[in-house]
Structures are given as C-alpha cells and as structure tokens.
Ligand binder design. Structure first.
Ligand SMILES: [Mn+2]
Length: 269
C-alpha cells in the first residue's frame, strides 16, 4: 500500500488522472490525500469532485477555495469573476458535494507516518495538539447545524493576530485564516493576508521560517509561488501551480518520491 499526497487540484481533473497514472496508483491498495483547493479556477470541478466522492477513504483538508464554494453554494457569497464552480452548482451532485465537503477537516495528523497536512500553514505559536484542537473547533461548526452563520462571518482578514481569548466568529475566522490562507506572518503569529506574490512584506516572513515549539513534518499547498521550495526538509510544499499552467505534484509518503505532470494549459491569466 502506498499513500500519495496531491497538491492543489483546483479542478485540473485531466492532470490529476495523468499523475495518478504516472504514480501507478492502484485504487484497491493505495490511499490518496489532498492538501485542499480541490476545486475552483480550473476547468473540470464537477468531474474532480465526482472522482473524489467515489474514493474509498480519501484524506482531505479544506482550502480557501473549497470553503468559498460552500459559501457560494449556500447563497452567502455572490461569487467572483474567475470562479469556475458553476459546473458543480448546476449539477445533480451539488447537494452531495456540499455535504461531503462539510465533513472534511482543516488539519490532519497521521500517527503512523507522523505527517501533518494542512492547506496553507500552521503558525509556530501552536504546537501540534493545540493546532488539532483549534481545527476541531471549526470542523465541528462546519459539520454542525450552525454552519451557515459561520460561513456568513468567515470572510475577512481580522483579527490578524491569534490570542487564546478570542471568541465567537472572530475566533473561528482567525483559525480558518491560519489553516487555509496563511503565507506570511510575524513571530507572534500576526498574519499578513493581502500579499499574494512572492514579494515578502516588510517585517513578515514565511510561516515556516519561525522555529516551532515542536518539530512537525508538514505537508501543505496554497502557495503556488513557492513552486515547491521551502528550504526546510520537514516542510513540504505541494502546490506547484497546475492551474497557472505549471505542474501538478504529488508525493509518495512511504519513500518521499515526488511525481509531477505538466499542466495541459494555463487556466488562469
Ligand atoms: Mn489556497
């Protein structure tokens, strides 16, 4: 049995299938993990989700685009111009896909391999147990009866700094932003959520540059501009910008072998 962890798919279904072939993925034996942003901005979102829904026991952490889909699908957010999720919204599977995504996690830790998987990052101010507890707070809201009010209050960049006494939607928004949108922060955990490119904002550094309270082996996506480079052996960046016309990447956890396949074209300008 092998475990393959895939970077951001974002609806790049054809590249996903091609990469599975290159990994010699065996659906009867192997397990698939996904770092989130399964959908949006790319071309074949419905096909991607139908494939994932049929997997036996995939391990998924949600990305900002997956949460955005939930907000749009529940008429909480009108959507933005370059969203490409209409194929799912118009489909018979819409409800199944919403319910499936609501059951997924923000953070996954596997005690057998020791790997931890998150979409964007984990601030160094949280050790693993604390991060798992905080993720659970959002995961239970998302899977529970009050998830619409959470999605309504989810958008926004504040509070930018974590403190243990945050409560209510501010607390849930901060946790969600750390796990699904973090790129640059300060040593005290203050996030900078406006910068997108690889220009480092003054006074901030990549989240993985700060020494954590414990050593974690972390798999993450979200940050295509890194192109897989963190210069840290235990921090594995898997978003290599397939939707931007670069490559789709996966890692086999058992031996650390990387697999990648070029995008068929660029889906975003
Ligand atoms: Mn993302």
């Amino acid at each position: 049995m092998s475990t393959y962890v895939f970077g951001d798919i974002q609806g790049c279904f054809d590249e996903l299938q091609k990469l599975l072939g290159e990994c010699q993925y065996n659906k009867h034996k192997d397990q698939l993990w996904f770092v989130g942003d399964l959908i949006n901005r790319g071309p074949k979102n419905l096909e991607t989700m139908k494939f994932i829904l049929e997997l036996d026991d995939p391990v998924i952490v949600l990305g900002n685009h997956d949460l955005h889909f939930l907000a749009v699908a529940n008429n909480i957010h009108p959507g933005v111009e370059n969203d490409t999720i209409q194929d799912i919204l118009d489909s018979a599977e819409r409800k199944d896909i919403i319910e499936f995504l609501r059951q997924q996690k923000l953070l996954h830790h596997d005690t057998v391999t020791g790997y931890t998987m998150v979409h964007a990052g984990i601030p160094a101010i949280w050790d693993l147990q604390k991060a798992l507890n905080l993720a659970k707070e959002v995961e239970s809201i998302l899977a529970g009866p009050h998830y619409i009010s959470f999605l309504t209050e989810m958008y926004g960049n504040e509070p930018a700094t974590w403190t243990d006494n945050l409560t209510g939607n501010d607390r849930l928004r901060a946790i969600t932003n750390y796990f699904t949108r973090l790129r640059y922060c300060k040593s005290n955990g203050t996030m900078e959520l406006k910068h997108k490119a690889n220009l480092q904002p003054n006074g901030y550094a990549p989240w993985f540059d700060f020494p954590a309270e414990d050593s974690k082996e972390i798999l993450f996506g979200h940050w295509a501009a890194l192109d897989g480079v963190t210069r840290k052996e235990n921090i594995i960046a898997l978003d290599t910008g397939c939707v931007w016309g670069r490559t789709l990447t996966a890692i086999r956890l058992e031996d650390g072998k990387l697999f990648s396949t070029p995008a068929l074209r660029s889906y975003q300008l």
